[in-house]
Design a binder for this molecule. Structure first.
Ligand code: NI
Length: 168
């Protein structure tokens, strides 16, 4: 197992669209293990392929481990099948934008379909932190960051804070 370097905004890699995973072999198993280890070490609750320079549609998440037992989930080729009309605002951090938690609004519930690391398809209705995290990580697979979800005043305030942190 290995810790992977996490790319930070404004790395152009974070803006690219990840390609579907096609090979469910040992290399994928190792990548998933490394991504989980990297996420827990960071420490974070979610990590997507492009954040570690892998332009493939994979993310890992574990929304509750800081408060309880570890329950890692590996999502490959994830798709949102449906989303609630009801939205919720919540604060999200991103390992690629450290030190800049941002409040963003998202659908409160989503139905997510994905393949696990063995290629078995899973479908689950997600709510709360899991729904929020899955949407955040899926955005990474499409080159989208939480900065993109802000209204213009909030986006400008975030840009100013990044400049102040020397990461503009
Ligand atoms: Ni993120």
């Amino acid at each position: 197992m290995a810790l992977l370097p996490i790319l930070r905004h404004p790395s152009p890699m974070l803006r690219r669209i990840a390609l579907p995973v096609e090979d469910f072999g040992p290399a994928l198993q190792m990548l998933a293990r490394d991504m989980l280890q990297t996420m827990y070490d960071a420490p974070g609750r979610g990590l997507a392929g492009p954040q570690v320079g892998v332009l493939r549609r994979i993310f890992v998440m574990d929304t509750g481990w800081k408060e309880g037992d570890r329950a890692p989930v590996i999502c490959i080729n994830p798709e949102i099948l449906g989303a609630s009309g009801r939205t919720e605002a919540g604060v999200e951090g991103c390992l690629s934008i450290p030190g800049l938690p941002l409040e963003v609004e998202r659908p409160a519930e989503v139905t997510l379909r994905w393949a696990d690391v063995d290629g078995a398809v899973q479908t689950r209705a997600l709510t709360g932190a899991a729904a929020r995290c899955a949407q955040h990580e899926l955005d990474h697979l499409n080159g989208r960051l939480i900065l993109d979800l802000l209204d213009e005043p909030a986006r400008q305030a975030a840009a100013q804070r990044l400049i102040a942190m020397g990461r503009g």
